[in-house]
Design a protein around this ligand. Structure first.
Ligand SMILES: [Zn+2]
Length: 247
């Protein structure tokens, strides 16, 4: 055992301390007492290996209850690990994803809800309940996600998202393709001020099929109309053609 103070390599056992009976050591050179340094994961007691396992199951889409059964961790523990991991991931993203050079960026919004769906939201419910949208920007070539923002599908969220995206890219001109959401039209103009080639894809959805089982899948996209909003987006570019296969 290496001493944590003088780094001398010889120490002897020196009893335990605390409820968890942590082994204490005493350095034979400087007489300092110390315990074995444990890799720490924020303020969590969960050992890092189990925590990493729980988090990777979460990334695979396993439910919290299922992860709890597989790992033996408490539901609350898993949720707080998720919060810590998310905060750390956010920090890494904010630090590292800067000055990204990109040619084609596509953006879309993913719907989800917190607590209840919109029709069940009451007037005095907190804002975080009900529908929430994840605005996602993706580099069409590298699949890097330079920016995402979670919020209501409003003008404010759209602007926050576009400003965050702009702050992470280089000033080089690129092509931005969004869905037909109307707040993009003014938003892109306000934030990028004509420095991007901007197109919107308007998806037209067909009716549900006659067969019962089709009720369980989203309606088929019958037509995609692309509208050039600004600059000269390349109509044959990957960013415009790929979007068809998206949801
Ligand atoms: Zn020592």
């Amino acid at each position: 055992m290496t001493c944590t103070r003088c780094e001398y390599g010889t120490a002897r056992r020196f009893g335990y301390f605390g409820k968890r009976r942590i082994q204490r050591w005493c350095c034979t050179s400087c007489k300092a007492t110390f315990c074995e340094p444990v890799p720490k994961l924020g303020t969590h007691y969960t050992d890092p290996e189990t925590a990493a396992n729980a988090l990777s199951l979460m990334l695979e889409g396993m439910s919290i209850r299922a992860i709890s059964r597989v790992t033996g961790l408490h539901k609350g523990t898993i949720l707080s690990l998720m919060t810590t991991a998310a905060a750390n991931a956010r920090r890494v993203l904010d630090m590292r994803i800067r000055g990204v050079l990109t040619r084609y960026v596509q953006s879309d919004e993913i719907w989800c809800f917190v607590g209840k769906k919109r029709r069940n939201v009451r007037k005095d419910d907190p804002v975080k309940l009900g529908d929430q949208w994840v605005f996602v920007a993706m580099d069409a070539e590298t699949k890097l996600v330079p920016s995402f923002v979670i919020g209501k599908r409003t003008r404010e969220t759209t602007l926050t998202f576009l400003r965050d995206l702009q702050a992470r890219l280089t000033n080089a001109r690129f092509q931005l393709t969004t869905d037909g959401f109307h707040f993009y039209e003014r938003g892109v103009e306000d934030v990028f001020g004509g420095t991007v080639d901007f197109a919107q894809l308007v998806k037209l959805f067909g009716d549900y099929g006659q067969h019962g089982d089709e009720r369980y899948s989203p309606p088929r996209i019958t037509e995609v109309i692309s509208k050039v909003r600004d600059g000269r987006p390349d109509p044959a570019s990957k960013a415009l053609t790929r979007a068809h296969s998206g949801h």
